[in-house]
Design a binder for this molecule. Structure first.
Ligand SMILES: C[S@@+](CC[C@H](N)C(=O)[O-])C[C@H]1O[C@@H](n2cnc3c(N)ncnc32)[C@H](O)[C@@H]1O
Length: 470
């Protein structure tokens, strides 16, 4: 009978054996050990056997426990600014156009002309989804967000929007009725229920209560009866099963149908809508049955190849988003307080210093310059002239997935991540750096949201039964 994850951890700590050393001894990756100890996954029988054998080898365990650390974790150096690297990071032609586009979102958001269509944002985070809809001309009348610090960022940028609640599960039906009376009908409900329950970075638990949060989204749909609803989530949702073995994505679609909506699930990549980032997501578009139009998405505006039929432009790149920003090495800062590079330990800079764009420190020929554990998606440089990799909440960690700047040897700054996510520089981010990173990493890119919103706006303007407000 294999040890449980918890017991393995206790036993390992008793032996004073680090996870990295057990990984080295057993051949089971540290990532797997960590997930197992946290109860996130089960072990294969091969991995379980390998761990048993490793732990029984008392001599090898003792030698490894005694072995000194390869690196002193907190030794820092200021890396040199090599002129050839600084000049390689030169401004691209697309950069100023892109900045104009995203700055334009903020200008449109601040232009409060009358007679706008209305929306409500659920699970609003720091407001990425909302910014796109507001820029397209929607008045985002209310929002719901659990995290108090994210609510502060949201309020700062949407001061007139009504805070409907923190925890959506606490907005009971009577409260909801009161809000409907106060706010009135809305044209669209937007929202992305948290994805931890569905994503690889969390435990993919069918009984995780977060997977049921979309039912609360539906309560809002029932109460406000919007003409359209847009629900965003991670692509992995499409493989998530419910307790009966059916697909969660079908449950969501069927629930909307039962509530009187036509619905379609679309797979989208933000890079196809002018966002300089690979970001694979799903969008459900739901349309109330009496509205005479089918759920649809706008045509892509940007493509990877030359698609003359689509008349789309080439995808934007990391450099289009960031090449005007000050070149920073580890620990350096600029005038913009959000463009400040995290200070990384000297040994990590050493691993990454000569790593080429698109490669990881795990690819180093010199074994001494490879991180002791992990996959080659970690400690990995992005590519200057390609769309950036998906911005996650951990983009400040150099050990994370593809978080290393293409040319400088450091993780991404908050300003870079915000640009890659298509937040204009004028969008206000306040609070702890952790909150800001979480808000940005979880956001729907405002530019993607803008194109979706414009598409829905066109339908609202021209579809029968769907007249603009007085
Ligand atoms: C994926 S993020 C949404 C990001 C947002 N769509 C944007 O574009 O910025 C999900 C958000 O749901 C919030 N959340 C989680 N549980 C919640 C709950 N029970 N009630 C309300 N909000 C919740 C989280 O704090 C998180 O900010």
């Amino acid at each position: 009978m294999p040890m449980t994850g918890k017991k393995l951890r206790e036993h390992r700590l008793l032996l004073k054996l680090s996870q990295a050393k057990l990984a080295e001894l057993s051949g089971v990756s540290q990532h797997v050990l960590s997930a197992y100890e946290l109860g996130k996954i089960d072990l294969s029988s091969d991995a379980s056997k390998a761990i048993d054998i490793a732990l029984q080898n008392k001599e090898a365990v003792a030698t490894l426990v005694k072995r000194e650390k390869r690196y002193k974790a907190h030794e820092y150096i200021i890396p040199p600014r090599l002129p050839e690297r600084v000049s390689k990071a030169k401004i691209t032609e697309g950069n100023s156009r892109y900045r104009e586009v995203i700055d334009g979102l903020l200008i449109k958001h601040n232009d409060k002309s009358e007679g706008r269509f209305s929306a409500i944002s659920l699970f609003s985070g720091c407001g990425g989804f909302s910014l796109g809809f507001s820029a397209a001309g929607f008045d985002v009348k209310g929002y719901v967000e659990l995290d108090e610090d994210l609510r502060k960022i949201y309020k700062e940028n949407f001061p007139k929007s009504r805070e409907i609640g923190g925890d959506i599960t606490s907005v009971d039906d009577s409260k909801l009725c009161r809000y409907v009376e106060e706010i009135g009908s809305v044209d669209v409900i937007i929202g992305g229920p948290p994805c931890q329950g569905f994503s690889l970075s969390g435990k993919r638990e069918v009984t995780d209560p977060r997977n049921q949060l979309f039912r609360h989204y539906l309560r809002f749909v029932d109460a406000f009866r919007p003409k359209f609803a847009v629900l965003e989530n991670v692509r992995l949702l499409t493989s998530m099963k419910n307790t009966e073995g059916g697909f969660v994505m079908d449950d969501i679609a069927n629930a909307f149908k039962d509530h009187g909506y036509k619905i379609k699930l679309f797979e989208v990549n933000a890079k196809n809508y002018g966002v300089p980032q690979h970001r694979d997501r799903i969008l459900y578009i739901a349309v109330r049955n009496d509205i005479e139009t089918a759920p649809s998405l706008p045509e892509p505006t940007h493509t990877e190849g030359n698609d003359f039929l689509l008349q789309a432009e080439p995808c934007r790149t990391f450099a289009d988003a960031c090449s005007d920003l000050a070149y920073l090495e580890s620990g350096e800062g600029a005038d913009d307080p959000l463009h400040e590079a995290v200070k990384h330990p000297a040994h990590v800079i050493d691993w990454l210093w000569d790593v080429q764009e698109g490669f990881s420190a795990h690819d180093n020929e010199d074994e001494g310059k490879r991180p002791p554990s992990g996959y080659n998606t970690t400690y990995k440089r992005q590519v200057w002239l390609e769309p950036a990799s998906t911005v996650q909440t951990t983009f400040g960690m150099i050990s994370g997935c593809r978080n290393v700047h293409p040319i400088a040897t450091r993780s991404l700054t908050i300003r870079e991540a915000a640009r890659i996510q298509s937040f204009p520089d004028g969008y206000v981010f306040r609070g702890s750096l952790g909150t800001i990173r979480t808000g940005i990493g979880n956001a729907v890119p405002p530019l993607l949201a803008y194109y979706v919103a414009m598409h829905i706006l066109d339908k609202l303007k021209f579809c029968k039964n769907s007249q603009p407000p007085n």
